[in-house]
Design a protein around this ligand. Structure first.
Ligand code: ADP
Ligand code: ZN
Ligand code: ZN
Length: 841
């Protein structure tokens, strides 16, 4: 007799539980945990769900529906991933479906709401498509976007999942929500020597022949050979544009050489981070300090799961990571190397690729769905599980299918299907961008990495020049191992840090706009010495505000409680919270006066003024506004590297893990604006920012200089930065944290309640606050309005809970869960949203 099987399915929806479905007898043999199935949920909606559990118990409260379809032959999610998801869902108090949503690339979770578009990378080779697939692609060329219902009509077939899945796998389409930008792939034309012409004897003959008859062609060949000399000494592909730069106007000569069969011209896609041929090089030999740190790290891993490496900027931490990666790979294990999104630059990618070649994959939030699925597949090793028809043929091109064993990625790389991690590196572990704010799961990638490492029994290395107070505390208390590296590589000195007293300079009327004489002098000096300069300003935009000198009026966003920021290049006032923008007024809307002036300063204004003070300097700017495009960030960095920019003005972005070789001066325009930030982490953050940005100053054989401008130069944090004294900052901060019940002494849980009606919100927040207080007493603070109470026409109110470290956090969370359930069943407050944030930053 056949068994009746049921499965518990995780759905990609914010529902608080798994749902049970029934398996038709003939599919019993195919069902496995971790594979995807299509199921109906709610009236008429189909979703891709994941099989979590197989059993024989029918659900009590409802009659189980049959599944619609099985999508995979083999699991796409392994047991370790499931356990990790379950931990995230419980620790961060969110639904497992929300974790699934964050974890799986869109291409792996199609539903009836999914819309598909053509993959801009696909090209026009339709030979791989069958008739139905071709119909869909053809329709997409006309319509741009299709819903699955429309697809169903086009192919006259009720279920579309198989054909959509196949098109996704063939790379012909992508899921619409995954496209972060509408981009066209960039292609470049490359030139290379044909196979026969690379032979030495042939080349020699050719040269002799061309020298007299066709000097232009000789120029072209010479250009190709000199450009194409790789590290290995072999000729490589070179960009046509570069050849033409060297041999101007040689278009005709190139064509002639192609006709003769000496050259080949081909185009290749550029712009994807994957670009660039791997030169399998060798890692560098560590110097004595690095070697000592390396030995200490490996020794400490014998006893501790986590080690914190505190190494000053440019101490060569990355090279130590590379050695540890090589060691882990030699043991046959996988490595995850986490970096803040913004620090995932071509620089670091190339350094890794050069050594690890195609063993290393990159995972980035700017990737589209297909690119992400590709990384997912390459980590599993084959197309295993994703397409039953495509099973690996033994002896098939092994290289093509060689699995990734190292992933370099931003926080979402934690969700990739690792099955055997040996090492996780969290570089720049202090970075706040490791925390996800929206949507749930609101996880901290560093903390989650430690838990993931635990499930894999992997070593976890945290690295930073300016560790977070929490991690440093864990190292001091012995919970983590601790290794210090206080010498910069190559005997480079820490920069000399000078402070410009803005109070005094203003009093003596020496300020030129926002520049002190000290900063201007040093910029001039750097320009004279042909050194580059980085100027750091914690704010983007031209002037944060416009205000009326008569009545003080400041234009506000109509949908948010914030003043608008002036952006000069588009001549618009813009809201940084909702994107609302309009033209700046010429007269005051409150009193009608024409005295509306700009106040404060942002990166754009700094950039503008520089060209007045230094008309010959080439100035570049790096902030959110100039780096929206997929490659614009990379472009600015490479322009700076190639010295096409003399002075780079930027926000925090300029502080992130960049390694330039010619920066003589770093200027910090306004230290006060960071230090005055109303947040218990303001001191820690300011120290980190100033120390990191200062770390960009210095050259191989010359000490770098930093000028910090401040109205309060005597501030203790500024003193600590000057002395490069992390420890004093830490001790001072710890005292404050202890006195005011903050981490690492207390745990924080934050709630944001949100509603469009301020009265409903006020009542709801009071009700919820009182519920919490009944259980948790005076550990509950608020509710109160945040600095910006209204965003996009929704009002917000905050409640903060501080829990002593000794208390059982599990008990507290279940109490909170209970209160949330009571609250959500209260009929007046059903529409009030509660956002729960564990360990808020
Ligand atoms: P960190 O990550 O600590 O800021 P990096 O690893 O980026 O430091 O090293 C700083 C610079 O020193 C880089 O240009 C790097 O290539 C160089 N460097 C570091 N270690 C070595 C080494 N052992 N041999 C040669 N160059 C090194
Ligand atoms: Zn006015
Ligand atoms: Zn707004």
């Amino acid at each position: 007799m056949q068994e009746t099987l049921f499965i518990d399915v995780i759905l990609p929806l914010p529902v608080p539980r798994l749902y049970t479905y029934r398996i038709p007898f003939d599919s019993n043999a195919l069902i496995k945990t971790g594979i995807r199935v299509v199921v109906q949920f709610g009236p008429n909606k189909l979703y891709t769900g994941l099989v979590r559990k197989i059993h024989q118990t029918p659900p009590k409260e409802y009659e189980a529906k049959y599944i619609e379809q099985i999508l995979d032959l083999n699991p796409v999610v392994n047991e370790k991933q499931f356990v990790f998801w379950e931990w995230l869902s419980s620790y961060y108090m969110c639904n497992i479906g929300e974790v699934m949503n964050a974890a799986l690339p869109g291409g792996l979770k199609i539903s009836s709401e999914t819309k598909v578009i053509l993959n801009p990378y696909f090209g026009s080779d339709y030979t791989s498509l069958n008739d139905k697939e071709f119909l869909i692609v053809e329709a997409l060329e006309l319509n741009q976007v299709l819903t699955l219902d429309q697809v169903s009509e086009i192919i006259d077939q009720k279920t579309t999942y198989s054909v959509i899945k196949s098109l996704l796998e063939k790379g012909a389409i992508v899921v619409e929500e995954e496209i972060k930008e509408k981009f066209k792939p960039k292609t470049e034309t490359f030139i290379r020597l044909t196979e026969t012409s690379t032979k030495d004897e042939f080349l020699k003959e050719l040269f002799d022949g061309l020298e007299k008859k066709a000097p232009r062609q000789l120029d072209v060949l010479m250009a190709i050979l000199s450009l194409g000399r790789g590290e290995g000494g072999s000729a490589r592909n070179v960009k046509k544009s570069e050849v033409l730069k060297k041999a101007e106007g040689a278009e005709g000569a190139i064509n002639a050489l192609v006709k003769k069969g000496i050259l080949e011209v081909f185009s290749r896609e550029t712009g994807r981070l994957e670009m660039g041929e791997a030169i399998s090089g060798y890692s560098k030999k560590l110097n004595e300090f690095q070697q000592k740190a390396y030995d200490e790290i490996t020794a400490q891993f014998k006893e501790k799961d986590v080690v914190l490496l505190h190494g000053v900027t440019s101490s060569g931490k990355t090279e130590i990571y590379i050695k540890l990666i090589e060691k882990t790979l030699a043991q046959g294990k996988q490595v995850l190397y986490l970096l803040p999104e913004i620090a995932l630059t071509a620089q670091i990618i190339n350094r890794l690729r050069n050594i690890l070649g195609d063993k290393a994959g990159i995972y980035h939030s700017k990737y589209n769905g297909n690119e992400r699925v590709e990384v997912w597949q390459k980590l599993i090793g084959t197309k295993n599980g994703l397409n039953p028809k495509d099973e690996e043929v033994p002896g098939d091109d092994q290289k093509e299918n060689a699995p990734y064993s190292v992933i370099l990625g931003a926080r979402s790389a934690l969700f990739l299907p690792f099955d055997n991690l040996g090492l996780i590196i969290v570089d720049e572990e202090h970075e706040t961008s490791f925390k996800q704010f929206e949507p749930a799961p609101r996880y901290h990638a560093r903390d989650a990495a430690i838990v993931l490492g635990n499930f894999h029994k992997a070593d976890v290395l945290l690295g930073s020049a300016t560790p977070s107070i929490e991690s440093y505390y864990n190292a001091q208390s012995g919970k983590y191992g601790f290794v210090e590296l206080m010498k910069r590589f190559g005997g480079m000195q820490m920069p000399e840090i000078l402070v410009a007293d803005l109070t005094e300079a203003s009093r003596k009327k020496l300020m030129k706009s926002h520049y002190s004489p000290l900063l201007l002098e040093n910029i001039s000096l750097a320009m004279e010495n042909k050194e580059q300069v980085i100027l750091f300003q914690n704010r983007r935009g031209f002037a944060p505000q416009i205000n009326c000198s008569m009545c003080g009026w400041i234009p506000q966003c109509t949908r948010c409680d914030v003043s608008l920021t002036y952006h000069k290049n588009i001549n618009q006032l813009k809201c940084h919270y909702c994107g609302y923008s309009h033209r700046p007024p010429s007269t005051c809307s409150a009193c009608g006066s024409a005295e509306v002036k700009m106040r404060g300063f942002g990166t754009e204004k700094i950039e503008d003024e520089l060209s007045i003070f230094f008309p010959n300097a080439k100035v570049g700017r790096m902030d959110l506004d100039t780096t929206r495009g997929k490659n614009s960030y990379k472009q600015i960095i490479s322009d700076f590297e190639e010295h096409k920019i003399d002075i780079l003005v930027g926000t925090q972005m300029v502080t992130k893990g960049l390694d330039f070789d010619n920066v003589g001066l770093v200027g910090i325009l306004s230290a006060d604006s960071m230090l005055q930030f109303p947040d218990f982490r303001a001191n820690e953050r300011s120290f980190q920012l100033m120390a990191q940005v200062s770390g960009r100053a210095g050259r191989k054989n010359k000490r770098g200089k930093v000028v910090i401008q401040a109205f309060k130069p005597e501030h203790p944090i500024i003193k600590n930065v000057i002395a490069n004294d992390y420890l004093s900052m830490y001790i001072w901060e710890m005292m404050e944290r202890k006195n005011f019940f903050y981490p690492p002494f207390h745990r924080l849980i934050g709630f944001t309640l949100r509603h469009k009606d301020i009265d409903v919100l006020n009542q709801g927040a009071k009700y919820f606050g009182d519920l919490l207080k009944k259980q948790l007493g005076n550990r509950v603070l608020g509710p109160e309005f945040p600095t910006i109470a209204r965003i996009r026409n929704l009002y917000n109110k905050k409640i903060l809970v501080k829990i002593e470290k000794e208390a059982s956090i599990g008990t507290v969370k279940s109490q909170i869960q209970e209160m949330q359930n009571i609250f959500s069943h209260h009929k007046e407050f059903k529409s009030v949203r509660i956002i729960t944030d564990i360990d808020p930053l």
